[in-house]
Design a protein. Structure first.
Length: 460
């Protein structure tokens, strides 16, 4: 007898979607069988009329643990991600302590193993003083590394950030020695400071709502990206082009890929770039909370970059704060009031596919396949093949709904973004290594089920 039988669905393969049934034994896919074949199993999912994707992977999120758990944590954040179909996450390193050493990295891993309901692999940070730290974290399982080319109020005031390009170059060389990517939040401090000053020059109140739309401009981010691509190439490091959402940044990535002289992986981040919520609804205090938004990109350029393969993945950039911090945010013009979107992220991408921005096959690539291949998780993750982890995001593409203030959410601050957004398609099941973690909005209380996934353990 099998442990799980998924029947009636259209199953993703790298040749397209095909009607197949899936049988699961333990944590792995045991077989792909004819759609009319029935078997006995402990649990059966009737996926008739649904699409069965390899489990969605979020390559860029912030869970704030350890150090800032008043904002979010592994338990609540991972349940929120499972709610929207995500089976694996890669939390970023602006924490306390920052994972600059193996000991600090292990502290984050231990928090995840104790509390996460889905799988995870957080990038370490390569800015530490210990010359062996990058090698040690790489050997332990960090799939890539991350730093911030920015200094500003949290989340940019930790030891994970620097403006020192020499230090960045040295960090790149350490990552190159391990054959690993280093993603960077690209930034130009001068553009940022002048954006803040321009608010005063224009006679406007020095408020966050006036500053944020002037930051993260095309010039600010693309000029930094040119510098980072140059440093990556000269360090011999594969370039992770993160936050590639402005038109000229996307064109830079397209040209570097076409040149073919270094390996490139690129992502754009959903939260600040696509349909940002100026206000989110607090279910706890029953009020709208101001977030404002960054300088907005050219959406046509974004979707063209996704469709033609210039953009390899879309990360959530889930970046929640506490309700109390949002209540005071507008008086701090430099506060980066990101918001949590974990409860909606997977479904937002599904909706974009159903609205014609990209195909369902492309959805599988940007949510799972590309990242799994780039970071060494494939074929254990990112595939529906026999022997791979039984991770599935099962989607009803015909389900239409609207985001409501009263939606059930699992994030710690109980805030709802995107209120009123009409949605097309929805993740109905989230399955992680054979265990049904989410079933029609109900997320299992499976604290500690999530595993730290090492690239070294991902061959079949």
């Amino acid at each position: 007898m099998y442990d799980l039988f998924i029947k009636g669905g259209l199953v993703y393969t790298e040749q397209g979607f095909y009607p197949m049934n899936i049988v699961v034994k333990g944590e792995r896919i045991a077989g792909l069988i004819c759609p009319n074949q029935e078997v006995e199993a402990e649990k059966v999912i009737d996926a008739t009329g649904m699409h069965v994707f390899p489990g969605f992977i979020d390559v860029h999120c912030h869970l704030r643990e350890p150090g800032f758990t008043h904002k979010e944590d592994f338990y609540h954040g991972s349940r929120a991600f499972a709610h929207s179909g995500i089976t694996m996450i890669c939390p970023q390193p602006n924490l306390d302590p920052v994972p600059l050493t193996l000991d600090a990295y292990k502290q984050e891993i231990e928090a995840g193993e104790a509390n996460s309901v889905i799988d995870f692999n957080p990038p370490g940070c390569p800015l530490g003083e210990d010359p062996n730290a990058v090698h040690e974290m790489s050997e332990y399982g960090s799939a890539w590394f991350k730093l911030f080319q920015k200094k500003a109020p949290y989340p940019y005031n930790t030891a994970a950030g620097t403006l020192d390009t020499y230090r960045i170059f040295e960090a790149f060389k350490k990552c190159a020695a391990e054959g690993k990517f280093c993603s960077v939040h690209p930034f130009d401090q001068y553009f940022y400071e002048h954006a803040v000053q321009s608010v005063e020059d224009d006679g406007l109140p020095m408020k966050m709502e006036h500053v944020r739309p002037r930051t993260y401009t095309n010039e600010e981010m693309t000029s930094a990206a040119y510098q980072l691509s140059f440093l990556a190439e000269n360090a011999g490091m594969p370039w992770y082009a993160m936050h590639a959402w402005h038109k000229d940044f996307i064109e830079l990535v397209r040209r570097v890929k076409a040149r073919g002289n270094m390996k490139v992986f690129s992502s754009l981040e959903y939260m600040p770039a696509i349909e940002p919520s100026d206000y989110i609804w607090s279910q706890t205090t029953q009020e709208w909370l101001l977030c404002a938004h960054d300088n907005q990109p050219d959406m046509a350029a974004i979707w063209e970059g996704v469709r033609d393969g210039t953009i390899d993945a879309i990360g959530s950039d889930n970046a929640p704060h506490s309700v109390e911090e949002y209540q005071k945010a507008n008086d701090n013009p430099k506060f980066s009031a990101g918001f949590g979107n974990a409860d909606y992220f997977g479904n937002m991408l599904i909706s974009h596919a159903m609205e014609g921005d990209f195909s369902l096959e492309k959805l599988a690539e940007i949510t799972s396949v590309n990242a799994a291949k780039a970071f060494g998780f494939y074929p254990r993750k990112g595939s529906n093949v026999v022997g791979s982890d039984a991770d599935f995001t099962i989607v009803d593409t015909n389900y239409n709904w609207t985001v409501s203030k009263d939606d059930k959410v699992y994030c710690k601050n109980q805030c709802v973004p995107y209120v009123g957004r009409e949605m097309h398609g929805k993740a109905m099941y989230t399955v992680v290594r054979g265990k049904v973690i989410m079933d029609h909005d109900e997320v299992a209380d499976a604290r500690g089920y999530g595993k730290f996934i090492r690239p070294e353990d991902c061959s079949l």
